[in-house]
Design a protein around this ligand. Structure first.
Ligand code: TXA
Ligand code: MG
Length: 340
């Protein structure tokens, strides 16, 4: 049984208090952040963290992001380099995750960090999430609150669709403002490295700390790929085709800007070509087209071109993964570190 808790923290603290109690008790609570809904568990409690993998049906123990109400809280568990402090000052609270060396006296459990000497930390920009994290008073590990390999949830209904009955509660804070996951930047090596494009653009990061190694596992839609090389993720039921210039009558169209004519079902990410609006409507759009398109007999979801700049990088990354070949069952469980 999954409780649906509601809280706007000041006026209705009961839901939030209950959510914090559950988390401190080792239970699983999904909660809204500005990016997507996270499936939270006490990151200091290996049993609680193990439940995350179980609920998501994710046998491979990939490291998880730990969430904190403030930078000082985060830096109690990881080593704060000067670059990390600078980035935290500019972008926290916000959709930026930093990978840093774990401190010997930190409390993030090995399972949450998958045994690595580093840990991923972030401070989300969502008031109720911050109040929840303050109330828990411990690092909260949270991957996106969806079954492994499925489309990420950007509202509480999406969480229930995928995980009802498998988690203890969802704290409903409405739709997520940003809509794609955080940008992950690895600061544990000699040079900052982008592990996943996301809600903070690389351009904005580079404006603060200079050049970033942009190598990440972004799929290239038009490049020939060996089966199994690309990781299928965020995958709707219908196949996804990127960068189309025309549509067929049995297509479900994910439009960007003026929509192409002739599709059976259409969801427009942004009629005015705004990338922030497109990011916030991305996962809801994939779900909508998958459901409505399937009902209407559509054979595929086709996507209009989206620019490769700013938030477009994150949007294209997620769409590239949704479009990736889906080879063996469970292959998505063995994703590289940019997944989940
Ligand atoms: O926006 C977000 O980041 C959302 C919300 C809920 O905060 N969370 C999220 O978490 O997307 P998750 O676990 O789905 O994605 C984090 C990715 C994982 O695939 C993991 O491999 C990578 O970050 N990661 C975590 N710790 C890492 C580490 N120490 N080194 C390298 N990659 C790491
Ligand atoms: Mg995920």
């Amino acid at each position: 049984m999954t409780d649906r808790l509601v809280s706007d923290d000041a006026e209705q603290p009961e839901g939030l208090i209950r959510a914090a109690e559950l988390l401190r008790d080792g239970r699983l609570v999904a909660f809204g952040t500005e990016t997507v809904y996270g499936l939270g568990a006490d990151a200091t409690n290996p049993l609680a963290v193990a439940r995350i993998f179980e609920a998501k049906n994710r046998p491979r123990f990939n490291p998880l992001i730990s969430h904190f109400p403030g930078a000082d809280d985060a830096f109690r568990h990881v080593v704060a380099t000067p670059l990390a402090r600078r980035l935290a000052e500019y972008f926290w609270p916000g959709p930026l995750t930093l990978v840093l060396k774990r401190r010997d006296d930190g409390d993030i459990c090995d399972l949450a960090a998958a045994g690595l000497p580093t840990a991923a930390v972030r401070v989300p920009a969502q008031n109720t999430a911050l109040a929840l994290l303050r109330a828990v008073g411990r690092p909260v590990a949270a991957p996106s609150a969806n079954p492994s390999g499925a489309v990420s949830p950007s509202d509480a209904g999406h969480v229930m669709d995928g995980l009802a009955g498998r988690i203890d509660a969802v704290l409903d804070t409405g739709p997520c403002a940003v809509g794609v996951e955080s940008t992950i930047l690895d600061l544990s090596g000699d040079t900052p490295r982008l592990l996943r494009p996301g809600g903070v653009t690389v351009e904005d990061i580079e404006a603060v700390i200079g050049p970033v190694n942009r190598h990440h596992e972004a799929p290239e839609p038009n490049a020939p790929v060996a089966p199994g090389m690309l990781t299928s993720h965020y995958a709707p039921g219908l196949p996804v085709v990127l960068d189309v210039q025309s549509v067929q009558s049995d297509d479900a169209l994910l439009a960007f800007g003026p929509p192409l004519n002739g599709a059976r079902v259409t969801w427009n990410l942004s009629e005015t070509c705004r990338l922030d609006e497109a990011a916030s409507r991305l996962f809801a759009g994939l779900r909508y087209l998958d459901q409505q398109g399937t009902q209407a007999g559509c054979k595929r979801i086709v996507v209009q071109p989206i620019p490769e700049t700013g938030l477009g990088l994150a949007i294209r990354d997620r769409l590239g993964r949704a479009a990736a070949p889906r080879p063996a069952a469970d292959a998505c469980q063995d994703a590289p570190s940019t997944q989940e």
